[in-house]
Design a protein around this ligand. Sequence first.
Ligand SMILES: Nc1nc2c(ncn2[C@@H]2O[C@H](COP(=O)(O)OP(=O)(O)OP(=O)(O)O)[C@@H](O)[C@H]2O)c(=O)[nH]1
Ligand SMILES: [Mg+2]
Length: 425
Amino acid sequence: MFIDRAVIEVRSGKGGDGAIAFRREKYVDKGGPSGGNGGRGASIYFRANSCINTLFNFRHGITIIGKDGEKGGTKLKYGKYAEDVYVDVPVGTVIYEEKDHKFIGDLNEDGKIVKVVKGGRGGKGNACFKSSTNRVPRIAENGEPGETKRIILELKLLADVGLVGFPSVGKSTLLSVVSAARPEIADYPFTTLIPNLGVVSSKGGESFVMADLPGLIKGAHLGKGLGLTFLRHIERCRLIVHVIDMGFSGRDPYQDYLDINNELKQYGFGLSDRKQILVASKMDEEGAEERLSEFKSKVNEEIIPISALTDDGIDLLIYKCVELLKTLPFFPLYDSEEEILDHKVYTLEDEEPEFYIKRPESHLFVITGDKIEKYYKMTNISTDEGMMKLITHLRKIGVDDELARMGAKDGDLVQLCDFEFEYFE
Ligand SMILES: Nc1nc2c(ncn2[C@@H]2O[C@H](COP(=O)(O)OP(=O)(O)OP(=O)(O)O)[C@@H](O)[C@H]2O)c(=O)[nH]1
Ligand SMILES: [Mg+2]
């Protein structure tokens, strides 16, 4: 089975809650606040590991959960932080968020690490809230909640060379003569449905990986034929071997050449800028020489004539691949127009409002929003001071004003997560 995609869930740990405690010691007159901070929750990282080849272990949509941080203790004791989790995946795995396909990371090098969900910060203990105006704070912060994300892991083939061309031009046959791969070969189009990989060794002792990709046809970039699924596999090939059929396919080799290049261009991802070696296949067939000279009169590029039947031109092709690969870089995953940023840019649209208020019934108001919900979860409302802190915050960010503007009347019910209170002007 060829597995190259998995959807899984990852959850980082919640931060430990801060503690409320007071020192009571024999010889100390008035003990001050001594509640310690909570420990940080576990973050989850993904790490490229060259010892792993497939996403097989992720196929059942597993959930990976980071531990929560421990609560703060008395006597200023900090809660223990949770150990971060490292998940090993094959080199070449790309990670996206499922909901909006947002790019998270490209694990293209052995040992590379990407943080996928961040562990929650530990809550502050009451010792942190001591001030000249409040020497006995009965207030502590809860730990920051962890994050949950559903992510897509995608493993692209890591072939150095990809064989590209119309169906039945002889791509799989070529792979079978240069490597130990035994792909299916037949004279009907789309014999190859998933790419086959083969290791090619040159006479000089160098080796590289070649893939026979499924045939492309005009409109592949729009999803025609096997379409996009397979253009995707070419993205990581450093070198394209463009196979053009000089046998009696009935098509014009020159038109084939233009069509395939156009598909690569339309697909983007810099595929049309990728280095190509042109190969004229099936040179043993009748009329092939004539078709090749006509092709050459239109295209002023080097083209290597081969025959998989007679082995002609095969050694030269392998030699050319080896020489070119020495000079070719690994390609980034992105479209060149798309900027690659390693920092987040905040724009106005990005700024989330502090809160939203909905009115599902005439006497019921519901406060929602990521920011306010996070603030609520981090406030310990089991103490009077925690409650005051929340109420003051709601007033400060304008919840009261907005409720009044929406026509809330004394006694109306207001909900924020699992907290309910009555509205009073
Ligand atoms: N005469 C001759 N026939 C060839 C040569 N190479 C391949 N063929 C024939 O061409 C047909 C198609 O070959 P494949 O290797 O399956 O072609 P493909 O490009 O992989 O095709 P798809 O997987 O469908 O895209 C088969 O019948 C092969 O025997 C060659 O060098 N000479
Ligand atoms: Mg094939």
